[in-house]
Design a protein around this ligand. Sequence first.
Ligand SMILES: Cc1cc2nc3c(=O)[nH]c(=O)nc-3n(C[C@H](O)[C@H](O)[C@H](O)COP(=O)(O)OP(=O)(O)OC[C@H]3O[C@@H](n4cnc5c(N)ncnc54)[C@H](O)[C@@H]3O)c2cc1C
Length: 512
Amino acid sequence: MMSTFVAPVDDILFSLRHVAQADQVEDWDDATATDILKHFGDFAQNVIAPLNATGDHEGAQLADGRVQMPAGFTIAYQQLIDDGWQGLSAPQAYGGAGVSVLIAAGVSEIFSGANHSLQMVCNLVPGAITTLRLFATSEQQALWIPRLASGEYLSTMCLTEPAAGSDLSAIKCKAVQSDNGWVLSGEKIFISGGDQNLSQGIMHLVLARSGGAGIGGLSLFLCPSQPAARVTRIENKLGLHASPTCQMLFDQASAELVGEEGAGLKAMFKLMNHARIDVALQGVAHASHAAAQALRYASERKQGRTVEGQAAWLTDHADVRRMLDEQQVLAIGARAMCHIALVESQLGSSPSLVEFLTSVCKVVGSEAGIRSADLGIQILGGYGYLTEYGMDQIWRDARITAIYEGANGIHERTLVTRGLRSGSGAEEFAALVTVLAEGDSVVNACVAHWLSVVEKLRASDNPDTQAHAFFDLTQELLQRAVWLRIARVARHHSDAEAIHWLAATVLQPVVL
Ligand SMILES: Cc1cc2nc3c(=O)[nH]c(=O)nc-3n(C[C@H](O)[C@H](O)[C@H](O)COP(=O)(O)OP(=O)(O)OC[C@H]3O[C@@H](n4cnc5c(N)ncnc54)[C@H](O)[C@@H]3O)c2cc1C
């Protein structure tokens, strides 16, 4: 049995429709969502997923200064753009399909489950379009958004430098204005898709220093691919072998300022916030894929005896069932959180709540993917440790999600500092949890306790030391509330009994 990807279309629709109640959002169209997710699911299964293992094996290569993607990737990309998937959520005025962000999130999850490496290279585009719409001039929008929506161009996000990883205030890449416009000089590292042979061009969004020290000296620049912005090396890494992680040299590369000078980080945050929920969904995708693979394997492998003494399938063993259940809980629960956060962001009434939820989802989603893949390896036993079934690739590819787009520890720290101090995100979070739980007495008691912890942390001089513990408390609370909602709407799922069972494992855990 080789790795086979089955797009979890029904689970995604169940989560969007019934758990996150997507119909609260004005542009939600149920029939369109069903149609698009089914079509993309077929495309992912037939075109993208078959390249996942071969891409991992072959990897992206740097030859004569240009990145070559593994065999089959250029053809798949051509199909992707011919079918209009790159412009799915771009406005129709710019040649996109203008579909809801919620549908695009479902597509993105399927894409990541089928082939995370290719998704990485293609899926910075929606965030880049949002950033251009918010900060670029109308001329820049008119020129660049259609190029991105059509797939003629892909985009990158160029932040990291050797001495500026998590701490972007240390960025050195320099932007200087001359008579001919801005030029960029400096080095960037770890840039996903810094070059590839899929699109005709690349639009790099670069954070560079146009002013003095610190964050206020950073501006955002749009830098089209050109000889002066070249890849000097691609990294060898644990996973995502088909996603080129590039070291780039900007050597007097001409660029355009996007937005106001000195407001680069603010603009980049728009792109990063989009990418953070997308990373959470990458985790969900891995959690779900690993769960499906493990269930299939465990249902087909005979090993040992049942308590009645009959030949047993792996699924007959209580401990294997426990692990399979945990995988499902991880995938369904984290997906629900992401969808709830996305619905809140589309409703637009609580920006601080969305910011709070984004950090929670980033950590929960990424940890879910890694943990589920790890459980998958255990369920497959020795075969999980081999490469034959692809569980190792899911684990290796998932592992980065806890590191990029803000390492998880930084998100936990953000929650306990900015998350509690700016706006009313914490209070709105408590209100959301209460609504999801609909009067559950355990949740009500936990919310009261959680709010008292919030007050203590707000008064603390050094809340950092409590960040991880506070995150655990927060995610346990959200997890319980989300599963109460899932249990209440389980009847809408094609396997309502299974959903009720999983909800029970969360809501009534075995305590001895
Ligand atoms: C496959 C891959 C793809 C990537 N793609 C891109 C891309 O497209 N564009 C881009 O710009 N970058 C990209 N990156 C870079 C990525 O975002 C950084 O690796 C990440 O921000 C961490 O920076 P660092 O590696 O320098 O680790 P460091 O900043 O040195 O941090 C190391 C560890 O220390 C801890 N830590 C650091 N600071 C803090 C803090 N303030 N509070 C708490 N804990 C902390 C965290 O646990 C962290 O994991 C990519 C990286 C990889 C590996």
